[in-house]
Design a protein around this ligand. Structure first.
Ligand SMILES: Nc1nc(=O)c2c([nH]1)NC[C@@H]1CN(c3ccc(C(=O)N[C@@H](CCC(=O)O)C(=O)O)cc3)CN21
Ligand SMILES: CC(C)C(=O)C(=O)O
Ligand SMILES: [Mg+2]
Length: 274
């Protein structure tokens, strides 16, 4: 709340200031109604490129386009008053050069009204993160399991075990040094996530990284039980909306076939009442 008592949308600096304090609550959203549902409860709402797998039936996030991100970003923005909106940069929109990243991040920011962008990568993306931040674009980093690299990682596996542990600590330090305001840690062992959280000055937001992170994020359709094509181990279903929808549709079909729907309350008389 601001001093005038009206709701004020959070900014990246507000999220950064939550380091070490009350856990940062984050969920994804892709549409206006879900944005409205999650907004009062969340500090940060992510328009994730998971939208491709969750809403468009794509086999991975690699086919997600700038146009899809802009359209879903605009829809989410219409539903937010409180939470910071962060938007994922899609595969192919930022990896080539800092200049390419800036051009596409500027489109996402200008066309959707997002307060920050998120991109996948650690040490190798540090230069790009610094380039964006220097030009007015707040950046959330994403390290550990980076789904856009599923083909080189060889699957959606735990990251940061064994020799990878030092590399992941280096990634966390590099994105911090580059000026990211927070960092997603995806599917990394709990002890390593705790160590990184203690080691860096920016908040860690975990997904499959344990309760010691500075915040948590999940794909909203996963936690609602609406997306059930697969269930990563880190997902907890807080609802069963997929089952509820299936039951409602089955009831509708049965009532149509029985001519029980529409009923008298859903129809119109031939003559208007005097
Ligand atoms: N619905 C949904 N939820 C997500 O969390 C999510 C997406 N989609 N799409 C983009 C990425 C992809 N992510 C994924 C996808 C699959 C697993 C998964 O199946 N994990 C299994 C083990 C797989 C393996 O070891 O190869 C698990 O049990 O966690 C994890 C994260 C996270 N993101
Ligand atoms: C799972 C989160 C962190 C994400 O990147 C996405 O939804 O695309
Ligand atoms: Mg993503």
């Amino acid at each position: 709340m601001s001093v005038t008592g009206t709701v004020r949308q959070k900014m990246p600096a507000d999220i950064a200031a939550m380091k070490g304090g009350a856990p940062i609550v984050c969920l994804t959203a892709y549409t206006t109604p879900i944005a409205k549902t999650v907004d009062p409860h969340c500090d940060l709402v992510l328009v994730g490129d998971s939208v491709g797998m969750v809403l468009h039936g794509l086999p991975s996030t690699l086919g997600v386009t700038m146009e899809m991100m802009v359209m879903h970003g605009q829809a989410v923005a219409r539903g937010l008053q409180n939470a910071l909106m962060v938007i994922d940069m899609p595969f192919g929109s930022y990896e080539q050069s800092p200049q390419q990243a800036f051009a596409n991040a500027a489109i996402l920011m200008a066309e959707t009204g997002a307060g920050a962008v998120k991109l996948e990568g650690g040490q190798h993306m540090a230069e790009t993160i610094a380039f964006l931040v220097a030009r007015g674009i707040p950046v959330m980093a994403h390290i550990g399991l980076t789904p856009q690299s599923v083909n080189t990682l060889g699957g959606y596996k735990v990251q940061g075990r064994g020799d990878d542990r030092a590399r992941l600590i280096g990634d966390a330090r590099a994105v911090t040094q580059a000026g990211a305001f927070s960092v997603v840690l995806e599917k990394v062992p709990q002890g390593l996530a705790d160590q990184i959280t203690a080691d860096i000055a920016i908040p860690t937001v975990g997904i499959g990284a344990g309760a010691g992170c500075d915040g948590q994020v999940l794909v909203v359709d996963d936690m609602l039980g609406l997306f059930t094509e697969f269930k990563p181990k880190f997902v907890k279903r807080f609802g069963a909306l997929g089952e509820a929808a299936d039951q409602a549709v089955a009831n509708y079909a049965a009532e149509v076939r029985a001519r029980a729907f529409p009923g008298p309350e859903h129809v119109f008389a031939d003559e208007a009442n005097k």
